[in-house]
Design a protein around this ligand. Structure first.
Ligand SMILES: Cc1cc2nc3c(=O)[nH]c(=O)nc-3n(C[C@H](O)[C@H](O)[C@H](O)COP(=O)(O)OP(=O)(O)OC[C@H]3O[C@@H](n4cnc5c(N)ncnc54)[C@H](O)[C@@H]3O)c2cc1C
Length: 284
C-alpha cells in the first residue's frame, strides 16, 4: 500500500462507517447512545450505468429494512444521481418512489442530497412532485447557500411546506452560479437561515460553523421551531455530543459503502491547510 493510500484509508476510517449496511447500523447505534441521530448515505454518485443505479436502490431498500429491524434512530440520504438522475428524470423518479414507498412503511425520513448545479432544477422537481403525492412529513431536501439562486429555491420549497437541510455547498461551481468566497457563502447562509426561522416550522442547520450554530440557537430561543443540527461524521464529533447533551436535536451524516475514495477526496479538498487535516485526525 502506498503512503498516499495508507493516509487516505486512515482518514476514510474517521469519516465513513465501513463498507456494509451492518457497519452503518453499528455507527448509528453508537451515535444513538450519545443522544444523536444518524443520517445514513450509501456512497456513490454520477451513475451512467443502470446496474450501478439498481444496486444502489436495492441497498437503500435493505438499509431501510435494517434501520427498522435494528430500531435505530436514523434517516437515509440519497444522491439523485445514484438513483438515476444522470440517466433520465423518469427513471430517477421511479426509483425515488420505490425508496419512499419502503420508507413510508416504517416512517423512515428520506433526504435528497444536493449535487452540482446542473442537477438542482431536477432535484427540486423530484422532491416537490413527490411531496404533492403525499410524503410531506418524512422527506427533506438539501439546499446550498453558495448558489446565487438558493434564495428563490428556499422560498419555493418552504411555500410548498417542504423540509430543508441548509448547507454551504461542496461542489466546484463557476462564479456565475455560486459565490466565489467563503464570506459571501456564509453571509447567504445566515440570510437563508433567518428566512427559515421566519417562515418554516421545521428544518435542519447542517454546518460545522459554530458561529452560525450559535446564531441559530439564539434565534430559536425566541421562536421554538423544530430545528435539527447536523454535521458530517468525524469532523466535530465532540461538539456534536456537546450540542446533543445541551438538549439540541442533533444528527450526524454517516456515509458507508465500498466507494469511499471519492468521498474522502472531497473532504480532503475542504481542508484548507495541513493544520486542519491534523485537527480532523486527532481532535475529538
Ligand atoms: C449533514 C450534512 C449534509 C450535507 N449534505 C450536503 C449535500 O447534500 N450537498 C452538498 O453540496 N454539501 C453537503 N454538505 C457539505 C457542505 O456543503 C459543506 O461542504 C461542509 O459542511 C463544510 O461547510 P461548513 O458549513 O461546515 O462550513 P466551513 O466554513 O467549511 O467550515 C466551518 C468550520 O468547520 C470545520 N470544518 C469544516 N470542514 C472540515 C473538515 N473537512 N475537516 C475538519 N474541519 C472541518 C473547520 O473548523 C471550519 O472552520 C453537507 C454537510 C453536512 C454537515
Amino acid at each position: 500500500m502506498s503512503v498516499d493510500s495508507f493516509f487516505e484509508r486512515l482518514l476514510a476510517g474517521r469519516w465513513i462507517a465501513g463498507p456494509l449496511i451492518e457497519d452503518a447500523i453499528r455507527r448509528a447505534r453508537m451515535l444513538n447512545r450519545k443522544g444523536i441521530g444518524a443520517i445514513l448515505n450509501y456512497l456513490g454518485e454520477d451513475f451512467a450505468d443502470k446496474d450501478d443505479v439498481d444496486l444502489s436502490v436495492h441497498k437503500y431498500l435493505k438499509l431501510i429494512d435494517a434501520i427498522h429491524g435494528a430500531k435505530v434512530r436514523a434517516d437515509v440520504s440519497v444522491k439523485p444521481t445514484q438513483i438515476g438522475l444522470a440517466i433520465s428524470y423518469a427513471y430517477a423518479s421511479a426509483n425515488y418512489s420505490k425508496i419512499l414507498e419502503r420508507a413510508r412503511k416504517y416512517h423512515t425520513f428520506v433526504w435528497l442530497d444536493m449535487e452540482s448545479h446542473g442537477y438542482v432544477d431536477d432535484t427540486i422537481r423530484l422532491y416537490l412532485e413527490h411531496l404533492e403525492r403525499g410524503n410531506r412529513k418524512d422527506t427533506g431536501i438539501c439546499v446550498q447557500s453558495y448558489l446565487r439562486r438558493s434564495g428563490s429555491d428556499v422560498k419555493r420549497i418552504v411555500k410548498a411546506w417542504g423540509i430543508i437541510r441548509l448547507v454551504k455547498g461542496a461542489y466546484k461551481e463557476s462564479a456565475a452560479m455560486a459565490y466565489a468566497n467563503r464570506a459571501e457563502t456564509t453571509a447567504n447562509y445566515a440570510k437563508l437561515m433567518k428566512y427559515l426561522f421566519g417562515n418554516s416550522g421545521r428544518f435542519t442547520i447542517a454546518t460545522h460553523d459554530t458561529s452560525l450554530i450559535d446564531s441559530a440557537r439564539a434565534l430559536n430561543a425566541a421562536r421554538h421551531k423544530d430545528v435539527t443540527y447536523a454535521m458530517l461524521n468525524g469532523i466535530k464529533d465532540g461538539y456534536a455530543r456537546e450540542l446533543a447533551s445541551g438538549r439540541e436535536n442533533v444528527y450526524v451524516y454517516v456515509p458507508f459503502g465500498e466507494r469511499w475514495v471519492d468521498y474522502s477526496v472531497r473532504r480532503l479538498r475542504e481542508l484548507s491547510n495541513a493544520l486542519l487535516i491534523v485537527r480532523s485526525l486527532f481532535s475529538r
